[in-house]
Design a protein around this ligand. Structure first.
Ligand code: GUN
Length: 283
């Protein structure tokens, strides 16, 4: 093994501590804590775990956490009415509706109902458009966390070749936009890409977010590359990423582990976005 293991837990702890200090300053200045509302619809076990850890992290950072749990058979108009109430609530700076929503609910319509200035997930089309055009908005937490890890390891990214594997609205597309803005030369690959190995051969940066266990072989990775693995896949061997860790770690210059890499940064970035939302709303 030659690669440096990028410690996402440590980076996330540092960011959370900094956000906590700034949140305390915000509370001292304004007389109220930054507030994050999280909405969970239905009983999905993994989503319930995520929501609980988001709530705990919010409180630990000195922010107010508002949790709303609704039954799986909630009507679309009732969910939209809750979003309307949260949009109008001055104690709420950030709103997150946990995905996926139960069948029968229209997630796009719900996400589009969130006030873009409270959209700390960065999923509203207005924020996607702001990111694409280089305007200030909210950037989705996972790609933002990946960018922070890359900058911490590599410093200035300009001129580097980056391959993003995956084209989702939540990770792949915003990741490509962030790397483009950081002056990388960006290739977006995905499950249908032909000859991925050819694209990876020149990649200084690899961000894997395709959702397939061990999809990327270490043989394809350029020696010394920085590899960020967003995948969290449950297999008989436990949780594994989208990158075959053992083979990649012998070639890469640095690599994130799964778990303990990108995951902790996602929550830290959610807190960071909530703090930013509070400041923007306070004017
Ligand atoms: N489900 C899995 N990841 C996320 C996320 O980052 N935000 C939301 N809202 N739902 C998710």
């Amino acid at each position: 093994m030659s690669a440096e293991i990028i410690d996402g837990k440590a980076a996330a702890a540092t960011l959370r501590a900094r956000v906590g200090e700034l949140a305390a300053g915000f509370a001292a200045d304004t007389g109220r804590k930054p507030g994050l509302a999280v909405v969970l619809v239905g009983e999905d076990a993994a989503s319930a775990v995520y929501v609980r850890s988001k709530g705990k992290a919010t409180v630990a950072a000195g922010m107010a956490s508002f949790e709303h749990r609704l039954p799986a058979d909630t009507a679309q108009e009732d969910l939209l009415a809750l979003v309307d109430r949260l949009n109008a609530d001055d104690a709420v700076d950030g709103i997150l509706v946990q995905l996926p929503l139960p069948e029968g609910l229209d997630a796009d319509a719900v996400l589009q109902r969130i006030d873009p200035d409270k959209d700390v997930d960065g999923f509203h089309p207005v924020n996607a458009g702001r990111l694409a055009t280089g305007l200030n908005g909210f950037v989705p937490c996972t790609p933002l966390g990946c960018l922070m890890l890359l900058k911490e390891r590599l410093g200035d990214l300009s001129g580097l070749n980056a391959v993003v594997i995956g084209r989702s609205n939540i990770v792949g597309k915003p990741m490509a936009a962030l790397l483009t803005q950081a002056s990388c030369t960006v290739t977006v690959a995905h499950s249908r890409t032909r000859n991925l190995a050819h694209h990876l051969a020149g990649a200084d940066i690899v961000v894997a977010a395709v959702g397939r266990a061990n999809f990327v072989s270490g043989d394809w990775i350029k020696p010394g590359a920085c590899v960020i693995d967003v995948g969290i896949n449950r297999t008989d061997d436990g949780l594994v990423g989208d990158v075959d860790f053992a083979s990649a770690a012998s070639v890469a210059g640095a690599i994130t582990p799964v778990p303990g890499g990108v995951g902790p940064m996602t929550i830290a970035c959610l807190l960071r976005n909530t703090l930013v939302a509070a400041h923007r709303r306070a004017g």
